[in-house]
Design a protein around this ligand. Structure first.
Ligand code: ZN
Length: 153
């Protein structure tokens, strides 16, 4: 999906959510949304703030944080599992499934595709619950941490 399409899709999801919850569509919220959609990988609230400040926007950390909370509740970003104590976020297109390999030592994570796991989980039926997606985190050690922290050149 190209960036423009991702952006307009995310915008309509946010507008829908805001109107459903009788909330205002503020320029700050739309600006933050645009940034979030543009990130190609996961980000933290401070890297988001930095990137907004770099673009010349004056916005407080609290506004960024509150907007992220809103986007998270609206299902547009998701908070990733972290081991290092810093929340990282990523853009979420909504209905899709995510399988990530997470290093329990350095916290690095990598999204993988696994047709077999997706197939198995999609076939699962749960009593009085309809699944519409999943996030699966598989913990372990990445190659860097496994080699004792030496950085391979
Ligand atoms: Zn690691």
């Amino acid at each position: 999906m190209n960036e423009e399409k991702r952006k307009s899709e995310a915008e309509s999801r946010l507008l829908h959510y805001l109107s459903q919850h009788h909330m205002r569509c503020t320029p700050e919220r739309m600006m933050i949304l645009g940034k979030v959609v543009g990130f190609r990988s996961s980000f933290t609230s401070s890297s988001l703030l930095r990137s907004l400040t770099d673009d010349g926007f004056h916005i407080s950390q609290a506004t960024v944080y509150n907007s992220l909370r809103l986007l998270e509740t609206a299902g547009i970003v998701r908070k990733r599992l972290v081991e290092g104590g810093i929340d990282t976020y990523e853009y979420s297109s909504g209905v899709d499934n995510h399988i990530s390999l997470v290093c329990s030592r350095c916290g690095r994570s990598k999204v993988i595709k696994d047709v077999e796991i997706v197939k198995a989980l999609n076939l699962r039926r749960f009593p009085s619950f309809v699944m519409n997606g999943f996030d699966l985190y598989i913990r372990g050690l990445c190659s860097k941490c496994r080699s004792g922290g030496r950085v391979k050149k």
